[in-house]
Design a protein around this ligand. Structure first.
Ligand code: ACM
Ligand code: ZN
Length: 774
């Protein structure tokens, strides 16, 4: 690998007092192939690199305050990464990094970087382009921390972003994060070339921005007395949560972000998610209250009244104050998500307004949903008066908004972005399924699979035409903070997935390559360390993969890490150390065994990865499916049902196959006739996610693979109301001993979701793992 290659060059150092001292000093060279990967990178390893030392000067155009500020930031990055103090100046000398602008470079955020032994020239189309070039230098430097001289490899970079909107959202409503801490997160965004910080400022659980005309919003609405302790629990923790940003604080954040070429987009979420505002001003609700800032999470029926002129005035006043605080934001986000209409259906004011506007239920849109679009359009007109655009979550599509004036943030699914783009809306893609980094299910994905989920996501669906794809203007990651109370969790949810996100936002999709990305990720993780950021450390753990070898039922075991670190393992249950067996190549196992493995990097040990491979007659034998798994939950297919590894606590982990609305039906070839007396099948139950268990099992046997006899069958009761989520269940059927080579297992689905379930009458999913035949 070229990165951080150690080269020793003879250098002359100017010693204190003007004496020349000649000697050798280690020089380490970084790599221009950073994250996000630039559009074009050419490195010339045969040419001498550009060495950073104390005589290095960062030069910028005289009088250009933005470049001066960027130069100072680059000097900080260089000091933090290499330990070397460099100067900033307006005159270039020897050993300079020259920052300049040239509008002839095509894209407004584009830049070109030229590195030779004598100079680094960084030319941006605008100051923003120069900033992104500086981030590339920041990430291209080897981390030497003063222990060696750092150098940039000779070469050239030509770069520009794929998307103009590259966003990251932080919810400060559920939990408050200080102004100083937000600056740290803004630095993380800047490191990834993100240019929009979407600041979700209000929630049912807390109003966090000072509005001078409505002081009670922060006096009352920024406080809640406690927080529920877990989903589904009636208990709360009894600990108050409070905090808000004054307008001066917010302006300070805006200025801090602007120095890093990040625009802050404020969001006031309306007309739903407004309990904190209603607690402050109950007259804004349909019933007049009383209301209380929420201590529970979820979606509340209490929302702003859609028919009260005072409410609309309130919304307009709030966005006007916002536009004073965020003068450079091209968008004001006014939410629009998750707004139940039960109260509007009963409220005389809402119904009178519906009548006045002549709204009627249509096949597509209820009159109440149309009232919401009317309400939001009125606020949009207020925003437009000051030359700004409205942003809204994709529920706004439930009422025919105007594509010219409504930019849609598509969160509910990848399909929502397809719908919005087809309707002609500028669309920002941030599906809960891939780009919500606070989603508990996906947070449970470990190691590479957690990165892969983000990296392999395609923001421009193939369902869109070329013309429609142009409406996809951006991509965004989001962190909601119901269960994000502290900086540690904030950071590990963000990192390293934000690195994968940045490649979706900035990188060229034609160059997408997970393997290449993972190679570059090592350095990014080390940079997080330099900047005292916590990343999700399981990326460094060993991945244990098991696959069938073929005829004799042997399993091939592969141990891997994303960065090819040395891996040590044991098979006897003992804890691996650097004295254990060093992994060099895949090995085979043909009996029950516990594999424990850990990577050791420069003396630093990862967590222990552990898998118990359990053998039964079906393990590692050929299997065919007669049913069709759901495309999203197929993973490596039928083999995972007989790979000796039991399902885990996450149905999306690739340890289960998921099927929808079908019976499970599979045949295992034991490869010779065997005496069998029981069959069992693991299912994962999450009724809340429409995942039910089996309602019956049927077992058939054959010795020739064509004529099957029924061996046994049984029925299994359907899940009852109140059944727990996330339960691993094993259904077993035992019978008198019988000889069979081929064993067909039919697992009957739950016929339909039962009456007690919110999806009553719909089809259920089945999630299955590990067949046992004994
Ligand atoms: C959202 O996640 N409710 C936008
Ligand atoms: Zn109302």
């Amino acid at each position: 690998m070229k990165k951080n290659a150690v080269k020793v060059w003879v250098v002359c150092l100017l010693a204190v007092g003007g004496l020349m001292a000649c000697g050798t000093q280690e020089i380490r060279t970084g790599s221009l192939s950073v994250i996000p990967l630039p559009q074009e990178v050419v490195e010339t390893p045969s040419a001498a690199p550009f060495v950073i030392n104390s005589s290095t000067t960062i030069c910028y155009e005289e009088g250009n305050e933005k470049l001066a500020s960027t130069a100072r930031l680059l000097a900080d990055y260089i000091r933090e990464v290499t330990g070397t103090e460099v100067k900033t100046a307006t005159k270039a000398g020897k050993n300079s990094i020259v920052l300049r602008t040239d509008p002839s470079i095509g894209h407004k955020e584009g830049y070109e970087l030229n590195v030779t032994a004598d100079a680094v020239t960084l030319t941006g189309a605008t100051e923003a382009g120069v900033f992104y070039g500086c981030q590339t230098i920041h990430k291209a430097l080897p981390i030497t921390g003063g222990k060696a001289l750092a150098s940039l490899p000779a070469g050239e970079v030509k770069d520009f972003p794929q998307y103009n909107y590259r966003g990251f959202m932080i919810d400060v409503g559920r939990h408050f994060f200080s102004k100083e801490y937000l600056k740290k997160l803004i630095d993380v965004m800047a490191l990834h070339n993100i240019n929009y910080f979407h600041w979700h400022l209000t929630e049912d659980q807390g109003w966090r921005i000072e509005i001078k005309k409505y002081p009670k919003l922060t006096e009352i609405g920024s406080y809640r007395k406690a927080t529920m302790i877990a989903w589904g629990s009636d208990e709360d923790d009894g600990t108050p949560v409070s905090g808000y940003y004054t307008q001066e604080d917010a302006k300070e954040i805006v200025a801090y972000a602007a120095e890093r070429f990040i625009t802050v987009i404020p969001e006031i979420d309306m007309p739903g998610h407004m309990l904190a505002a209603l607690a402050s001003y109950p007259e804004l609700g349909c019933t007049g209250g009383p209301y209380e800032t929420a201590i529970r999470f979820g979606v509340f029926k209490e929302v702003l009244c859609g028919g009260n002129p005072k409410t609309l005035q309130f919304a307009k006043d709030v966005v006007n104050e916002l536009m004073d605080i965020f003068p450079d934001a091209p968008y004001i986000h006014i939410g629009g998500d998750e707004c139940p209409k039960a109260e509007w259906e009963k409220c005389p004011k809402c119904q009178a307004k519906i009548k006045e506007l002549g709204l009627r239920d249509t096949k597509e849109h209820s009159k109440e949903n149309q009232l919401q679009v009317y309400f939001m359009s009125e606020v949009q007109k207020e925003i437009a008066k000051r030359g700004k655009k409205m942003l809204a979550w994709d529920e706004i599509l439930e009422g025919n908004p105007n594509p010219e004036t409504t930019t849609v943030m598509a969160w509910t699914s990848a399909g929502a972005s397809v719908k919005a783009a087809r309707l002609g809306h500028h669309t920002i893609v941030c599906p809960i399924s891939h780009l919500y980094f606070s989603n508990p299910g996906y947070n449970r994905l470990k190691g590479i699979s957690s990165m892969e989920r983000v990296y392999t996501f395609e923001p421009q669906s193939e369902k869109l035409t070329l013309e429609e794809k142009k409406n996809i203007i951006g991509v965004q990651g989001c962190i909601w903070t119901e269960w994000t109370k502290d900086s540690l969790k904030m950071e590990w949810q963000m990192m390293p997935r934000i690195a994968a996100l940045s490649e979706l936002q900035w990188g060229n999709p034609a160059k997408k390559d997970l393997g290449g990305f993972l190679k570059r990720l090592r350095h990014q993780l080390d940079l997080y360390g330099v900047h005292s950021c916590h990343y999700k450390e399981d990326i460094e753990d060993v991945t244990i993969s098991v696959s069938p070898k073929g005829q004799d039922g042997a399993a091939v075991v592969e141990l891997s890490t994303f960065d090819n670190a040395p891996v040590y393992y044991t098979l006897d249950g003992s804890e691996p150390t650097d004295q254990s067996q060093l992994y060099t190549e895949p090995f085979t196992i043909n009996q029950t065994a516990t594999i424990k493995a850990r990577a050791i990097r420069n003396g630093r040990a990862s967590n222990i990865a552990e898998e118990t491979l359990t053998y039964n007659l079906a393990t590692m034998r050929p299997i065919t499916l007669q049913c069709e798994p759901d495309e999203r939950y197929t993973y490596q297919g039928a083999d995972l049902l007989v790979n000796g590894l039991e399902g885990n606590d996450n149905y999306r982990s690739g340890r289960y196959i998921g099927i929808y609305g079908q019976d499970f039906d599979a045949t295992v070839d034991l490869q010779e006739a065997k005496e069998i007396s029981s069959v069992s099948l693991g299912t994962y139950l999450v009724p809340g996610d429409y995942i039910f268990g089996l309602s019956g099992l049927e077992i058939y046997g054959s010795n020739d693979g064509s004529t099957y006899n029924k061996i046994a069958s049984k029925t299994i009761p359907v899940l009852e109301k109140g059944s727990k989520n996330n339960v691993l269940k094993r259904d077993t059927i035992s019978f008198d001993k019988v000889q069979a080579r081929y064993v067909r297992i039919v697992g009957k689905k739950t016929p339909e979701l039962p009456k007690w379930h919110p999806g009553a009458g719909k089809q259920a999913y089945l999630f299955l793992d590990e067949i046992a035949i004994d």
